[in-house]
Design a protein around this ligand. Sequence first.
Ligand code: NAD
Ligand code: MG
Length: 395
Amino acid sequence: MSFEKQRVTVLGSTGSIGVNTLDVIARHPERFEVFALSAATQTDLMLAQCAQFKPQYAVMASEPHARLLAEKIKANQLPVQILWAQDALEMIASHELVDTVMAAIVGAAGLGPCMAAAKSGKRLLLANKEALVVGGEVFMRAVREGGARLLPIDSEHSAIFQSLPEDPAVWPRRIEKIMLTSSGGPFRARDPATLCDVTPEQACVHPNFSMGRKISVDSATMMNKALEVIEAKYLFGVVPEQIEVVIHPQQIIHSMVQFHDASVMAQLGTPDMRVPIAYGLSWPERIESGTARLDFARMAAMTFEVPDFQRFPCLPLAWESLRAPSGTCVVLNAANEVAVAAFLDRQIRFDHIHRVNHATLEAVALSQVTDIESLLALDEQARRMAVQIAGKLEA
Ligand code: NAD
Ligand code: MG
């Protein structure tokens, strides 16, 4: 069989999702070609990736890092063009030679290149959940108008996507409920009274995955699941009442869809992000992902629990925000990005993350956002407020 090679841009190639994406791509040199890579600061890993994948472009977040990388690229005589900053990210996400964009930058910083890929009709593999949480309807409109194909990479949303019929037009008639599974994070069974003592190192140890620091903290507060509830609403066109969260510590079932006849479809597998990444890259086909197969004979029990909103007060903010004006999700995400950064910097306590999120939602006037300008203005305003609120708390 012969294939037209897919040309891929990987945004955030030095991160956990980026590295896993390149691992899957390297298994299929006959199918994929790397067009461009991007990273914030890690020039050594970027150099190694450029040597292996020979992209046309490598984009760093700032000029000093781009210059540092350019010296190394020159010393190694690699034919890679080095660029930096937002315009360059948007260029490699929308370039006419690109078929597929893996969006694996962390945070709302990834919104610009995601919008560029959406507007130019790319196959957009979305790991960067914050971009959709912040972009909401504005993002989805760009996907529709640009004729892009949005494929979820978050394992839960990939599981739901894999459990649904191929034609999205029938989803509203079929879906009764979406059930997002969650590991419960590292503090599922910890005494809530001791959450004030959690260190960044403890919060970044996830039971089943090795992930970036921001999503690791989000998993520990369950804010990650809150972001995923919001993400699910936009991806699958359901109302907040149709989304439920169930704790499943073994992470064998990656999420489920309940249909109107009471039937439930689930996707199962070893917890490894290369499965949803390979599915996004190859959809509607399937390719080898390099992941260990499930061994049912040796599998321990699968258990399920209802999440405790007292222990995880960030989680209910998802439904509350979805019922409020659309800008509320922008404010929630901005506050959380500020709070997590402050916690990782040891400026605030772990249990203060929720306080910053909650207080910022109370302090900022929540409005409807219908375009990218009003959305970015609200994001900035919420960040300023969250910094002020976090500054009044003590570590
Ligand atoms: P990470 O921190 O490991 O990697 C982030 C990548 O983005 C790095 O390459 C970094 O250099 C780049 N980056 C960071 N800030 C940037 C900026 N301001 N401008 C440009 N580039 C920037 O994070 P990750 O764990 O790979 O997660 C990436 C995204 O995927 C997040 O949105 C996360 O929620 C989502 N996600 C991750 C996992 C996982 O298992 N790691 C699972 C599901 C979803
Ligand atoms: Mg997930």
